[in-house]
Structures are given as C-alpha cells and as structure tokens.
Design a protein around this ligand. Sequence first.
Ligand SMILES: Nc1nc2c(ncn2[C@@H]2O[C@H](COP(=O)(O)OP(=O)(O)O)[C@@H](O)[C@H]2O)c(=O)[nH]1
Ligand SMILES: [Mg+2]
Length: 482
Amino acid sequence: MTPDHQTDTPTTPEPTLDEVLERLDESPAAGDDLYTRARESLETTLADLKLTPQEERALQGELGELREIARKLDDHTVEIAAFGMVSRGKSSVLNALLGRDVFRTGPIHGTTFKKEAEVWEGVAPSADSYGNARLVLIDTPGIDEVEGEVRERLARDVAHRADVILFIVSGDMQRREFEALAELREAQKPILLVFNQIDRYPDADRQAIYDKITNERVRDLVRPCDVVMTAARPDPIRVKVRHLDGTTTTAWEQPEPIIEPLKTRILEVLELEGKALVALNALLQAKDIHESIVEHKLMIRDDDANALIYKFSIAKGTAVGLNPIPFADIAGGLAVDIGMIVALSKAYGVPLTRKTATGLVKDMLRALGTLGVVELATRQIAGWVKASLAGVTLATGWLALPLTALGYAAIGLTQGTTAALTSYVLGQAAKIYLKQGCQWGPKGIKTTIQQILLEAKADSVVERLRDDLKRKIDPRERNRTP
Ligand SMILES: Nc1nc2c(ncn2[C@@H]2O[C@H](COP(=O)(O)OP(=O)(O)O)[C@@H](O)[C@H]2O)c(=O)[nH]1
Ligand SMILES: [Mg+2]
C-alpha cells in the first residue's frame, strides 16, 4: 500500500484510551489542559443541575461527592488504596510506605473496620507532570472482613474513587481474590498486585509463587511489571549477639521492611499516567455521580408528580360527581386535565403552553380510545339520570330531596371515579411523555397508555380513587361525624 492510499482512507479508527493518554502525556501542557477541562466540566455539571432547595437537601450526599471530586482536582490529590483479604498486610504495607505506624495492624481478624486515609508526605514523582501531587494512602477493611453488602459497597466505592489500587496478597491467590481482582479491573484503573510477606517463604518458594502469580489467570488482569514483592513487616529473626567477653547470646531482631520496589513502581505509574489519569478518573467519577443525581432527581420529581396527579384526579372526580348539570362537566373536566398537564410540565422543567397541553390531552384521549368513549358515554347517560332526578325534586318539592341526594351520590360516585381514573391515566401518561423529553418513544402513545391502565388495575388505583371520592361526594359520608 502506498502512502497515498493511506491518506485516502475515509475514516480513522477511534483512538484507544491508551493512545489518548499517550498523546496527553507527550507534553505536560496536554495533561494540564485535560485537567482544566475536567475542572470546568465539573463546574458546569454542578451549575446545570438547577435543583430546587428541596432537591438540594435530598441530594446532599451526591452533591457532596461531586464537590469532593472538584476539591480533589484542585489540590491535585492522587488516592492510592490498599485492597485485599484480611491479614494479607494491607495496613502494614501502607505503614511501610509511610515509614511510620499509622494504620492499625494485627494478627487478629478485623483490625481495620472502615476506610482510613493518611497523606503520604515527602514523596513526589520526579516528573514535572506530577511534581505537585498530594498523595493519599487509603486503608480498607479486608474484603472478607465486613458483611457482604457493606463489602460490595465499599469495594465499589474504593474502586470508584481510588486513582491507583494496591491489591495485596500473601501467597497463592484464593478464588475470592481472583474474583475481587477481576471486579476491580473493570474500573480501568492502574492496579499493582502486591505479593506481601515474602519473608515467610524461602527464596525458592517465593519465586515459585511469583511465577505462578504472573503466569496464571492473573496475566489477563495485571501485567507482570505490575506484580511487586514486599515484606512490609517481616517476622523478627533470631540473631547471635557476640559480647566483648567472647560469650554469645541470641536476641530477636526486627528486619527492615522490603518496600522500595513497591514505592518505585507507584511513582513510575504516577509519572507515566499522572495528571491525565487523575483528570480522566475525575471525569468518569463525576459522570457516574451525575447520572445518579439525575436519576434521584427524577425520582423526587416523580413523587411530586404522583401527588399532583392524584390531587387533580380527585378534584376532577369530585367536580364531575357533584355536578348536577348534564354535559357541562365534559368541558369542565377537560379544563382540569389541561391544567394538570401544564402543572406537570412545570414540575419536570419543560413548561408546555395551554395550547400544546390541550393538543396532548386530545392525543391521549384519542389513544385512550375505548376508555375515553366509556367515560363520555357513562357521563352522558348518568347526566340524563341526574337531570331527571333533579326534575323529580322540582316536581315533588323538598320532601323528595333525601332520595334525590342519594341518587346523585350513587351515580355521581361512578361517574366521578371514571373521570378521576381518566385524569389519573392522562397524568401518568403525560409524566412519561415529559420525562422522555416530550416524546412518546419507541413504545408509542397507545402502548404507554395501555400499560398505565394495566398497572392502575394491578395497584388498585380505582378502589383508592373511589374510596377517596366517596368521602367527598356521598352526603352520608360527608355528614358522618366520627
Ligand atoms: N511475616 C510478615 N508478617 C506480616 C507482613 N505484613 C504484615 N504482617 C503481619 O500480618 C498481620 C496482619 O497485617 P495487617 O497489616 O493488619 O493486615 P490487613 O488485615 O491486611 O490490614 C500482622 O500481624 C502483621 O504483623 C510481612 O510482610 N511479613
Ligand atoms: Mg488492616
């Protein structure tokens, strides 16, 4: 193939993440640029949420996380988290890196109960790209140390937040460790597999385990250059002490930890991927949190919307049920529905004009088809009955009034319930339409409405509406004193 052909290629393939990162690292400015963009993007994300004070209160947790990421970007924090099963030496490895005992360690199960963090001072990657980084070491409970659900949340949280993960093992890996490692890998972060406690193995065994670790299934998950051997807190060894008088005694000596290889590899990773990595990481995290905020926000709005729909449904049902004049209730009922849709559209932040809302109500009523017809028909018939009952009242004078009131109530309740149900269905359908950005989506208007009707039946919405209406319409219920 000639170079000409190559330049003629119509499409260039999407660059891989590695390629993007490589390009970013070509000049320090590129990393800075991504950094700035990440920071700006976070700023816009926060500003664009346009939350009501009530939503702000409900979303405090997620908003806090977003602000935390922004802060993390501002002070160039890189989080390095230790992860693994209990007693592999997670806390000890972090202490050895720090050069002092900060995290609690111990032979008994469960010395680390929650996530703990400590700034790793006095170390900085030599490259300009990450010279001013603030490194933070994070300790976690063992993945087998806390209960299932908590553990999963913790693992997700750590995998989510950390910029570099240190997965600590201390010999042959168990199935659970493979699984956890594979899960963490999904997060696409640099993972260093730390084979700790090597002082416990004779050289030959140590090498055999190392070979096994770098050869087996782990190969797909961690590159051999990211497997590091350490002895964070070697067992004390017996040493012979020769005294001046020529006698010898034995004593226990605490050997120096072997931690340099890990320290070197961490700094290499940071120099290599540095700023771009942290910025991308921040963006990915922010994206996830943003998605969960939007979802949560919709849920809050959903509750508000449901309350609104119910209120309008009952209002319309009551108006229709109590209305003694035939036919007038149809137009009146429609006005209530249109008002409801306008109110809903405001709640979802996509305000519709009255005209658009009217069109929407018409479309939905048409799609409602049979049920719409049913409502209109029963209302017409019932309206007739009401009119004739009113006639009876006029003809027989006030003595007939109790009977008439009873008749009104019974018929009014059926009518009112049907009208309320129609409003309910219209409201729920409009909610879906508004949530989907003012479109009916692949399901279409008919299927959407059918589904709502089915769900309304399953949730016994009709019974609920009727019970609530009864209290408002039926004079016996209204006058009943508790
Ligand atoms: N021999 C030896 N023991 C270690 C080493 N690292 C940790 N330990 C011991 O293993 C036990 C558990 O360590 P810890 O750091 O609390 O493990 P964690 O539960 O993973 O945080 C402690 O008694 C440590 O002293 C090591 O490199 N060599
Ligand atoms: Mg620990």
